[in-house]
Design a protein around this ligand. Structure first.
Ligand SMILES: *Cc1c(COP(=O)(O)O)cnc(C)c1O
Length: 317
């Protein structure tokens, strides 16, 4: 299959939503529904994979290897994309106690033909270490390596291109942050009057430093990087305890937003970012402003929470 045809980006509609008193205050909120791109090659993961897949094909790579945690949206996206393209895929998973049957994400990855190798936490920590990657490349010659979360230059460029599908007059963009690749890409493509509101889902994570490093790497320009970073507004108090943690309040919020808008949110990433936006828009400085919520997908990650909490998120009542 031609790689660009894997996903039809027209499925990612721009959905206007009206909640609270937004309408009276002239706040226009739209949601860029990248969650609708594909269930498995979901949201920002497709954006980050696009140019990586192109490279892997150009290099006639023997396969692709990458890294991810037990419920990784990225691993699943790579698994399905590779299966559609007929490229062997290999996933290095964090946690030697796991097996391909440990959860629905890993089961699905295997079903798409991804070979899974389980690494100890100690080894997994080396996932961005050049020597470790080189070692893996001697073990898997001619494989194309994609870092965890698709966090590389090509990933960023793919996210910058989301702007091709967006109106140019947006004042504020709210986006969930893991590795910061998506927010960096959005920042690179944003107009000079657009503020990027980044909501890190990890606790105590050096966001600005991470973004600075990635942007300098991509742009070769520290001044430009600093001027871009001035347009980032960090909301680092919405992590709900840290990565993968959530509260009863967040789960209830997910149900409320789904009932009011039909938009599903996941408790790891998008619900936290949406909660931040919902809260921040209370401030009068947003009156009359055009706001975009970038829905980065990740709904497959919900299944485990649903099972654990014995609730059905998306069926309020
Ligand atoms: C991976 C992921 C993110 C994090 O994106 P980064 O580019 O790593 O900052 C955000 N939302 C969802 C749903 C994700 O799966």
């Amino acid at each position: 299959m031609e790689f660009r045809n894997i996903i039809d980006t027209q499925k990612s509609v721009l959905q206007r939503i009206e909640l609270k008193d937004w309408k009276n205050r002239g706040i226009e909120v739209s949601v860029k529904r990248d969650d609708l791109l594909d269930e498995a090659i979901s949201g920002n993961k497709w954006r980050k994979l696009y140019y990586n897949l192109q490279q892997a094909l150009h290099q006639k790579s023997a396969g692709i290897f990458t890294f991810g945690g037990a419920y990784s949206n990225h691993l699943l996206a790579v698994a399905k994309a590779c299966s559609l393209l007929g490229i062997p895929s290999l996933g290095f998973v964090r946690g030697e106690e796991l097996t391909p049957a440990s959860n629905h994400t890993l089961e699905e990855c295997s079903a798409y033909g991804m070979k899974l190798e389980f690494l100890s936490r100690e080894l997994y920590r080396l996932r961005n270490d050049k020597m470790f990657i080189d070692e893996l490349k001697t073990e898997y010659p001619a494989y194309y390596a994609i870092p965890e979360g698709g966090a590389n230059f090509y990933g960023m460029i793919g996210c910058q291109e989301i702007w091709k599908e967006l109106p140019g007059d947006i004042d504020h963009v709210f986006v969930a942050q893991g590795t910061t690749t998506t927010s960096c890409g959005l920042l690179m493509g944003a107009g000079e009057n657009t503020t990027i509101h980044a909501v890190p889902v990890l606790k105590g994570f050096e966001v600005k430093e991470t973004m600075q490093k990635q942007l300098v790497y991509a742009l070769f320009d520290e001044e430009l990087t600093d001027s871009l970073l001035e347009r980032v507004c960090l909301h680092d108090t919405y992590h709900f305890g840290g990565y993968g943690k959530y509260t009863e309040e967040l789960l209830t919020f997910i149900q409320q937003i789904y009932a009011a808008t039909g938009i599903p949110l996941d408790p790891v990433y998008t619900a936290k970012a949406f909660f931040a936006m919902y809260n921040e828009l209370e401030q009068p400085c947003y009156d009359g402003q055009k706001v975009l919520f970038y829905h980065s997908g990740g709904i497959q990650g919900c299944k485990s929470v649903e099972e654990k909490e014995k609730i059905r998120f998306f069926h309020a009542g």
